[in-house]
Design a protein around this ligand. Structure first.
Ligand SMILES: NC(=O)c1ccc[n+]([C@@H]2O[C@H](COP(=O)([O-])OP(=O)(O)OC[C@H]3O[C@@H](n4cnc5c(N)ncnc54)[C@H](OP(=O)(O)O)[C@@H]3O)[C@@H](O)[C@H]2O)c1
Length: 396
């Protein structure tokens, strides 16, 4: 690691703070002052940024981003948007080589670089960060497994990435993706761990940008998909706590756009926290109505009071470390998520939002939930008329 640090570490966060990625047009960025940097191939984290082209996929934005957690839901949209502006994206992955495969198609040859790593092996984390000048952390999980606790995934991993980025010395921007509602006082352990993760990241790197998305909606989401699946299979949807909790769902591609926008600014988003909620606040019940409308099923609910929902979801947590086998992944009955539902989760009044990143999030009703048509029993056009269909002009 010392070798990596020596090679890349022209400056250290101890002595200097982050630099803005922009402006990138200063003469010395373009290499003729120092020919070593005249190549448009990613060199090192501290290397001056080289920008070429008109800003599309085949141009070079100068950003070499390591996106931890890129194999997940948000990662798919973020990598696509980063690649589209000509950034090189390093994709650390664990497990199967198939997990980053869909991302490779999003860029030119060599633009998306999957790199196998082990999040518990510091040296492998350093290796995937070695050539980057931007680090984005999307790692997170809303349930525990036998191997990984909430604290390890949502707090300690973020802390480790921030420490390594600091030591690296050439990371110009660090973006930590947390969760709306992250607070040390939350009733959810995951949200408490997210808050601790934010705190650890800002302690190491005060210039890091924290993004707190609300529950994300999109083709691979983990709220409307399980609801639609359950409703189709059992003919009703359990409404936990009567479905009166308020949330502010956001389209996943808008969250990715917010991250990209913060990278493109003049450094104004550095050291700031953004709360990313959609334009509308819904109760869980209202959101479920939208889902039923989209899948064209008659809405049927069973009200599950909080104590009963907790009782249904508790056995998994109880058996997690007692049974020598992996437990099923919780979907609707996730104890920690049920605990989080005790309070509304909406963007706070004085928070920085999409507006401060000069973005307007999409309404959830419309294109973002159109993927639900796959659950219609008679196919996508079942029960619809032409006028009811979402017009392609409204696509983002
Ligand atoms: N989905 C939402 O509605 C929502 C809402 C608010 C905030 N967030 C936050 O936004 C971030 C991205 O969300 P997402 O929906 O894209 O999450 P996701 O689909 O669950 O993906 C999470 C990513 O983290 C990685 N990861 C999970 N556990 C890990 C571990 N123990 N070691 C290494 N990597 C691990 C996963 O890698 P593998 O593919 O190898 O498992 C995956 O790449 C997360 O921090 C999440 O907490 C999500």
């Amino acid at each position: 690691m010392q070798a990596i640090t020596r090679k890349l570490g022209h400056q250290s966060f101890k002595h200097s703070s982050f630099k803005s990625l922009h402006p990138l047009s200063d003469d010395h960025y373009y290499g003729y002052v120092n020919p070593r940097f005249a190549s448009n191939i990613a060199t090192g984290g501290t290397g001056p940024l080289v920008r070429k082209g008109t800003g599309g996929r085949s141009s070079v934005s100068g950003i070499v981003a390591t996106v931890f957690g890129a194999t997940g839901f948000l990662g798919r949209y973020l990598v696509q948007q980063l690649a589209k502006m000509g950034s090189q994206v390093l994709v650390p992955f664990r497990g199967s080589e198939d997990s980053p495969r869909h991302l490779k198609l999003m860029g030119d040859l060599g633009q998306i670089v999957p790199m196998k790593y082990d999040p518990r092996d510091e040296n492998s984390v350093k290796a995937v960060m070695a050539k980057a000048n931007v680090v984005i952390n999307l790692i997170g999980r809303e349930y525990e497994t036998r191997n990984y606790s909430f604290e390890e995934v949502n707090h300690h991993m973020a802390e480790q990435l921030a420490m390594i980025a600091k030591e690296h010395g050439g990371i110009m921007r660090f973006i930590q993706v947390s969760c709306l509602g992250a607070s040390p006082a939350s009733s959810s352990r995951m949200l408490r761990a997210k808050a601790a993760g934010e705190e650890a990241v800002t302690r190491e790197l005060p210039e890091a940008t924290i993004m707190r998305p609300a529950v994300m909606i999109g083709t691979e989401d983990r709220i409307l998909n399980p609801w639609a699946f359950f409703a189709k299979k059992y003919g009703f949807l359990p409404l936990i706590g009567g479905g009166s909790t308020k949330i502010q769902p956001v389209f996943v591609a808008d969250v990715a756009a917010a991250i990209v926008s913060s990278l493109k600014d003049n450094g104004t988003s550095m050291g700031k926290v953004y709360e990313l909620g959609g334009p509308d606040v819904y109760t869980m019940h209202e959101l479920a109505e939208l889902m039923f409308d989209m899948i064209r099923e008659w809405p049927r609910y069973v009200n599950v009071p909080f104590p009963i929902a907790k009782a249904i979801s508790s056995p998994r947590e109880f058996l997690l470390n007692k049974v020598p086998a992996p437990m099923p992944v919780p979907t609707i009955f996730n104890l920690d998520a049920i605990q989080a539902l005790a309070t509304d989760n909406i963007v706070s009044k004085d928070a920085l939002t999409f507006k401060d990143l000069e973005l307007a999030p999409h309404k959830v009703k419309g294109y973002p939930i159109e993927f639900l048509i796959q659950y219609r029993k008679g196919g996508p056009n079942y029960g619809s008329t032409v006028s009811e269909r979402v017009s392609p002009e409204s696509y983002p």
